[in-house]
Design a protein around this ligand. Sequence first.
Ligand SMILES: [Mg+2]
Length: 229
Amino acid sequence: MTRDAGPNSPAAVLFDMDGTLVDSEKLWSIALDDYAAHRGGALTDATREAMVGSNMTRSMRMLLTDVGVAATDAEIAAAASWVAERMAELFAGGLPWRPGAQEALRRARALGVPVALVTSTIRSLTEMALETLGRDSFDLTVCGDEVDGRNKPDPEPYLKAARLLGVDPAACVAIEDSPTGVASAEAAGCLVIAIPCEVPLAPGPHRVLRDSLADVDFDALGELFTRAA
Ligand SMILES: [Mg+2]
């Protein structure tokens, strides 16, 4: 990286996508409800909440169990394909930004450090979302089908991003909205800015809670490490 990073900058800024940059969790809810109805069942609020920030395979297993269908590999694959197709229709209608997200991407870019997207969403849907987010917003994108099944809350997605960027994960700031995503980033050693979207988030030693991306001072990210230490 040849950009000039300020002394107060983290080694990289790692953004989650769904619920953090775009309000796509609501679109996921539509697609998941539609699939449950398609199978003659209904998705419970508790299961939906547990799915937020999760990957496709794990989500489909929970969904099938909720509607009373045995979660065989074949059923999981069929459900994933149905839901991905429905999500593609919904994504094609455009993705709503989370408050402050466009400005946050610009501010992160201006820091002069690498910026990555670390999402549990599969590559094909992420590519559609990048039409909204802007491919130039990121040096790297890590998708849910690119981590050998070691999805959030496993640290691997964040560790892989740091590895590919050649930075120390402990010197990175991750921005997340879900308990699953926060757990993944913290397990990777990142400092987490936690901005709840669909599910409340509890305080923790290695996380900083904010109400909105608009409340994040990107020029002072480095100071967060001192405060969280
Ligand atoms: Mg999320």
